[in-house]
Design a protein around this ligand. Structure first.
Ligand code: URA
Length: 210
């Protein structure tokens, strides 16, 4: 672990992740576990947010109580698997603004191509949390963050469930200013770009497709 990557080793996160990795875990349980883990990860990814105080009245007396400072933060889901992480984080931060980035891989060039991009206004004034469960090659994550920066974002964090060393290296090279928060750093990518040992195709497992 270093400043660029935070590996969340909390026992609850690790236990739930093990259940998610198991190939016979049902779609319904996978989805529920993802929701639970994303809330635990949301706790980590929002660590250190700037705080201010607000004058409030308790039943006993007034006090200056701590509240998060600044504009509502922006959660950006990298479609489609990002939506699985998004839902849980949004439950914990219900006032967050939400954006979506859709990318597909051009099979000829193997490069990500944008097909959808819709993000909140005033991105430059918000903490932007980009969510995608699998940081594999890093190609789509790097492309998504390129787009967020072009749209004005300057303060971005990247939240994922599993990261491959290859994806972390790619992100560190392209976006050293974007911290990565992950529940696991796995061994490597296979020839098809899947994380090993991983959990398979996150989108298929959460949506029950294949
Ligand atoms: N995307 C997935 O869903 N799984 C992987 O292992 C890699 C990328």
């Amino acid at each position: 672990m270093n400043d660029h990557v935070t590996h969340v080793t909390h026992p609850l996160v690790q236990h739930k992740l093990t259940l998610m990795r198991q190939k016979d875990t049902s779609t319904a349980l996978f989805r529920q576990l993802l929701r639970e883990i994303s809330q635990l990860l949301a706790y980590e990814v929002t660590r250190g947010l700037p705080m201010t105080t607000r004058r409030i009245d308790t039943p006993l007396e007034p006090m200056d109580a701590p509240v998060i400072d600044g504009k509502k933060l922006a959660l950006v889901s990298i479609l489609r698997a990002g939506n699985g992480l998004l839902d849980g984080v949004l439950e914990l931060i219900p006032s967050a603004r939400v954006g979506f980035v859709g990318l597909y891989r051009d099979e000829a060039t193997l490069q990500p191509v944008q097909y959808y991009f819709k993000v909140p206004t005033e991105l430059e004034d918000r903490l932007v949390i980009a969510v995608d469960p699998m940081l594999a090659t890093g190609n789509s994550s790097v492309a998504a963050i390129d787009l967020l920066k072009q749209a004005g974002a300057t303060n971005i964090r990247f939240l994922c469930l599993l990261a491959a060393p290859e994806g972390i290296a790619r992100m560190r090279e392209a976006h050293p200013d974007v911290p990565i928060i992950t529940a696991a750093i796995d061994s490597h990518l296979n020839d098809h770009g899947y994380i090993v040992p991983g959990l398979g195709d996150a989108g298929d497992r959460m949506f029950g497709t294949k």
